[in-house]
Design a protein around this ligand. Structure first.
Ligand code: SF4
Ligand code: SF4
Length: 304
C-alpha cells in the first residue's frame, strides 16, 4: 500500500464504506455527490468493482496507466537452461518444457526478483507491470477521480491510495469543500487505503445478521485507524429490531448514528435512470439521505 498524502487542511474527506458489497454504499456516495452541489471532488476507491461511474457518467479528461510491481520474463536466446531459477523460485512460477526450455508463468510469478538476481546468464527480464488505468473526469456533480484495475491484477491498495492522492490534489487546486470517497468494501488492504487519515467514515449497513457482524469488524478497523465514524442503516424498515440492535451496538462503541434510510423502490429506479437518488426522487428516501448528509457535514466541521 502506498502512502496517503493529505494535501490540504480546509477540505474534508468523507469516506463511505461497508462491510461487504451490495449494501447501497455507492448509491449513497453518489447521492452525497449530488447534495454537495458542486463543492466536492469525487473519488471512486472501490477499484476492484468500480461502479460510481454508472451513475455519474464521467467524461474522461485524463487517462493514465497504473504501473506497479514487476514480472519476470525469460529471454530464451540468452537462457542456458541451467535450472537455477527453477530451483530458487519459492512460488513455483518457473516452468520447464519437455524440450528443456524455461518460461515463467505470469500468474504464479510474484515479482520477487530472485531469479533476476541469480540467473548466471542474465537471461531474465524484469519489466514493470501495467496493472490498470486511472482517470480524471468531469461529471455533472464535479470532478471525479476513478480507476480500473486490470483482470487478476493486484496492488489495489496502492491504486486506491493513488486515486485518493489525486482527488486530494484536485480538491486543493479547485478550493473544494469536500472529497466524497466511495470506499472499498470489506476490511482488507484496499479499505485501509480508502480510510487512512480521512476526516470521517460513514459505514453503510443493512439490518441483517451479516450486516450486524460486518459492522463489528469494520468498526474495529476505523477505531484502530482513529477515524471519526458514523453509521447509517440502509433499508432499516425491512427488519426494525435488527436496525435497533445495530444502532445500539454503534452507540455502545462510540459510533454516532447518522440516520436510517427507508426501503424504497426509487433506489432501483434511480439506478436504472443513471441518477443519484435525490436527483430522481423527492420522496421520503431523499429526505432520509439529505438528513444524513447534513448530519455528517455538521459533524465533520464542514457544513456550509
Ligand atoms: S537461471 Fe537463467 S539461464 Fe538458468 S534456466 Fe533460469 S533463465 Fe535460464
Ligand atoms: S520473480 Fe520471483 S516469483 Fe517470479 S519467477 Fe522469479 S523467482 Fe519466481
Amino acid at each position: 500500500m502506498g502512502n496517503y498524502q493529505k494535501a490540504g487542511e480546509r477540505m474534508k474527506e468523507i469516506v463511505v464504506i461497508s462491510g461487504k458489497g451490495g449494501t447501497g454504499k455507492t448509491s449513497i456516495a453518489a447521492s452525497f455527490a449530488s447534495l454537495a452541489g458542486g463543492t466536492a471532488v469525487l473519488a471512486d476507491c472501490d477499484v476492484d468493482a468500480a461502479d460510481l461511474h454508472l451513475i455519474l457518467k464521467p467524461h474522461i479528461k485524463q487517462r493514465t496507466e497504473f504501473r506497479s510491481g514487476h514480472r519476470a520474463v525469460i529471454v530464451n536466446s540468452k537462457c542456458t537452461g541451467c535450472g537455477t531459477c527453477e530451483n530458487l523460485c519459492r512460488f513455483d512460477a518457473v516452468r520447464r518444457a519437455e524440450n528443456g526450455t524455461y518460461s515463467i508463468d505470469p500468474v504464479a510469478c510474484e515479482g520477487c526478483g530472485v531469479c533476476v538476481r541469480f540467473c548466471p546468464a542474465d537471461a531474465v527480464d524484469f519489466p514493470e507491470e501495467t496493472c490498470g488505468e486511472w482517470f480524471v473526469s468531469d461529471t455533472r456533480f464535479g470532478t471525479m477521480v476513478h480507476a480500473r484495475l486490470g483482470v487478476a491484477a493486484e496492488n489495489s491498495g496502492k491504486l486506491v491510495t493513488l486515486v485518493r492522492n489525486e482527488a486530494n490534489k484536485t480538491a486543493l487546486k479547485q478550493g473544494a469543500d469536500f472529497i466524497v470517497v466511495d470506499g472499498s468494501p470489506g476490511i482488507g488492504c484496499p479499505v485501509i487505503a480508502s480510510l487512512t487519515a480521512a476526516d470521517a467514515a460513514l459505514i453503510v449497513t443493512e439490518p441483517t445478521v451479516s450486516g450486524e457482524h460486518d459492522l463489528g469488524r469494520i468498526a474495529e478497523l476505523t477505531k484502530r485507524l482513529n477515524i471519526p465514524t458514523m453509521v447509517c442503516v440502509n433499508k432499516w424498515d425491512i427488519n426494525r429490531s435488527a436496525a435497533d440492535r445495530i444502532v445500539e451496538f454503534a452507540e455502545s462503541h462510540g459510533i454516532k448514528t447518522a440516520g436510517r434510510i427507508r426501503y424504497d423502490k426509487a433506489v432501483t429506479e434511480a439506478q436504472r435512470h443513471e441518477k443519484a437518488i435525490p436527483e430522481y426522487s423527492e420522496g421520503g428516501i431523499s429526505e432520509d439521505i439529505v438528513s444524513i448528509w447534513e448530519f455528517i457535514t455538521a459533524r465533520s466541521g464542514c457544513d456550509k
